[in-house]
Design a protein around this ligand. Sequence first.
Ligand code: DI6
Ligand code: FE
Length: 411
Amino acid sequence: MTEITNTKNVDLIIHNVHLMTMDEDLEQAYGLRVNSAVAINNGKITWLGNSNDIEQFTANSIVDGQDQYLSPGLIDCHTHLVFAGSRANEFEQRLNGVSYEEISRQGGGILSTVNATRAASEDTLYQFAKQRTSALINEGVTTLEIKSGYGLDLATERKMLRVARKLPTELACNVQTTFLGAHALPAEFKGKADEYIDLICDEMLPAIAQEELADAVDGFCEGIGFSPEQMQKVFDKARELNLPVKLHAEQLSDLSGAELVANYQGLSADHLEYLSEQSIKAMRDSNTVAVLLPGAFYTLSETKRPPIDQLRKHGVDIAIGSDFNPGSSPICSLKLMLHMACTLFKLTPEEAIAGITRNAAKALGLKTKGTIQVGQDADLCLWNISQPAELAYTFGVNPLTHVWLAGKQSI
Ligand code: DI6
Ligand code: FE
């Protein structure tokens, strides 16, 4: 078996497990290796092989996995979980027949959360975010992405990103942050969208980049968001500052936002219900991941599914995110998204699980996460299940028994 360490003394051995490696080079579904073991040293996977071959090691800690399944730590590659306030009133309005877009045009929607988030103290925001992140962690999430975008002014966008950056100091998780200044037009810029885009490019983005508060840049390209031309300006600035880009695209209509972000070698295009084949080809050519968000599809009672067959046909990688936010996806569960990716979007359980591991890592540009392979970070989940598909099949029971983050047991 592959070995990259000279020493046979390691920090941790987990044996007697079935490995869902999610390694795409292995032929078995889920990259499955039954009756296996992994060795972990300095937070990395240093060996994997047959459970009978662990005698060659001495380890500070040995865990008997008792025939359970070991998967990569789960990755939620799209959340908006730093926010204040509730939008239950809009939930009620929608069920009384007012659409998501109408609510937004009337000054509710994202702008209502912006008001609450601007008014909240950093500590209040942090406490809410901590509670939500804990909920994800308890289901096996070890890495999550968090977007700003409910500040829409520099001070509040910075406040949100600082909150996101602080979470891993108290919780066992990795956080990737994304600057989403171009999420909506703030009320004080009504009728002056281009001026707001200039503010993002000239002041907000350079300040955020200088403070290293964001790992990527995102926007909402939509009739109720920003036009492709406006997003292009933001992407040009991001490129100048060496920040990768991604985009909320084709959620409610087709503006070819996915093609635009692909032209900037974007990490991902997200939502994509109204995605065209032309944009799919552009995504394929730039390795831009398709991030599908079944929570928003479900909450908004959308009926048009993302073009899954076309994405498959062109070999575009598919990831799944929770999009957890107070408006279109008030569901803080990646496990439920896994289930809904199958039931609503008809992904196979293997595709859906790849969507919250290997492909979610790609969507975040993380090369050392999302699979169980030698050299990868030892972010791992142990599941008391009888087969991999069970992770997607049930919801409401939690089969998670152990989690390791960089080789340290956290659950
Ligand atoms: N699309 C979404 O689904 C979220 N943001 C976006 O651009 C929704 C944000 C919200 O309604 O608060
Ligand atoms: Fe979103």
